[in-house]
Ligand binder design. Structure first.
Ligand SMILES: Cc1ncc(COP(=O)(O)O)c(C=O)c1O
Length: 378
């Protein structure tokens, strides 16, 4: 592809830390670079504790487990997000209550959450910030959840670095989770992070992510090492990936984030066409990070949008459709509520190349091609 959807930014620093890890002959969990990464990541998002794990999906699963989500519990999941949000609930044996999106930022619809809380009495709500944009009603949703004793897992996988006012996205829920797979705001291949301010939750997370084995420190007698408290997981991040993560977090504010925002601003400047609009708005007081830039074809049918997407792919411009509304997926234990908006956004959205290294002229070229194929298929 001439313009891939989103490539990672790798520098000499990542190579240096990976080499350090190899030179010290430590590839496993609890590596020095991983520990440094966890501290720096916590500072980045203003949280007390962070744990590096093997994927965003693992982070979600752990977050739910740490909140004791189990069979027959209800969890509110956005209808428009990565399938991992649903899979993690299913892995706990719980029911997912699918809630529709709002049309400004593609976050959860506040009024529909209110109805869902009343009807389903959920234990947890997953608040996802989509494509780098803080969810419109973040504070209202958190307040509503507090009032109703619903815990909030903030999923900032797509929005590391985004802010509302002076507050960092990912610092607001009871827990927050991040995917750091290669095409995210920072990426290590496959990886995730889970953060919280609460020591009791953090200790629980760390225990379940380490096979539920409480006697793993150097101070414990060697013969206690294989004793476990019950079902656990092997989710901690190995040192080679932790080394890449350390470099990524060190380069984030001054390099990676600035470049991503610059690309987002090119899109906002160049894509001015009454035939399509941005799928997401920049709201007052919100600072999005433009993880992905997407456009919405209000007046085209789904099949015409697909034709434009196929042409762009043929011409080396990699695109993605909107997320499949999760309520459409089979074989999950889920309960549907209204899903009008997620269906429309799925059918009429194209996600465009958003790599950190795109130049203004690249975005102009992408714009010309989108306009050309719109005219061809409208
Ligand atoms: C919002 C969101 N949550 C969770 C995940 C799952 O993360 P991972 O792919 O690292 O398992 C993703 C996508 O990767 C995501 O976009």
């Amino acid at each position: 592809m001439k313009f891939p959807l989103n490539i990672p930014s790798i520098s000499k620093l990542e190579k240096r830390y990976v080499k350090d890890a190899i030179d010290t002959n430590w590839l496993s969990i609890n590596g020095k670079n991983t520990q440094i990464f966890e501290k720096k990541f916590s500072n980045l998002i203003n949280r007390k504790f962070s744990l590096a794990v093997q994927s965003g999906t693992a982070a979600l699963h752990l977050a739910l487990k740490s909140l004791d989500v189990k069979k027959n519990d209800n969890v509110i999941v956005p209808d428009y997000t990565c399938v991992s949000n649903l899979s993690a609930v299913s892995q706990c044996g719980a029911n997912a209550i699918m809630v529709d999106l709002e049309n400004d930022t593609l976050g959860l619809d506040y009024d529909k959450i209110k109805l869902a809380i009343k009807k389903f009495k959920p234990k947890v709500l997953q608040l996802v910030h989509v494509y780098g944009f803080p969810a419109r009603d973040t504070y209202k949703i958190i307040h509503l959840c507090k009032k109703n004793n619903v815990k909030v897992i903030e999923d900032a996988s797509e929005s590391l670095g985004a802010m509302i006012g002076k507050k960092k996205i990912g610092s607001l829920g009871d827990l927050s989770v991040f995917s750091i797979r290669s095409e995210k705001m920072i990426g290590v291949g496959e990886g995730g992070v889970i953060s919280t301010n609460k020591l009791n939750i953090f200790s629980k997370l760390k225990l379940i992510a380490s096979r539920n084995s409480p006697f793993r420190s150097k101070k414990d007698p060697y013969w206690k090492k294989y004793y476990v408290l019950g079902e656990g997981y092997n989710y901690l991040m190995p040192h080679l990936l932790g080394s890449i993560a350390r470099a990524q977090v060190e380069r984030f504010n001054n390099e990676i984030l600035k470049k991503k925002i610059k690309v987002g601003m090119y899109y906002r400047k160049i894509f001015k066409n009454k035939n399509f609009e941005f799928t997401q708005k920049i709201l007052k007081n919100h600072k999005p990070v433009f993880w992905l830039n997407s456009i919405f074809f209000k007046n085209l049918s789904a099949s015409k949008v697909q034709k434009i997407g196929e042409e762009l792919m043929k011409h080396g411009i990699e695109v993605r459709s909107g997320f499949w509304p999760l309520h459409k997926l089979k074989n999950f234990s889920l309960k549907k509520t209204s899903s009008k908006n997620s269906n429309i956004i799925f059918e009429k959205t194209l996600v465009l190349p958003s790599s950190y290294n795109l130049k203004e002229n690249d975005v102009k070229y992408i714009y010309l091609k989108v306009s050309e194929f719109f005219d061809k298929y409208k």
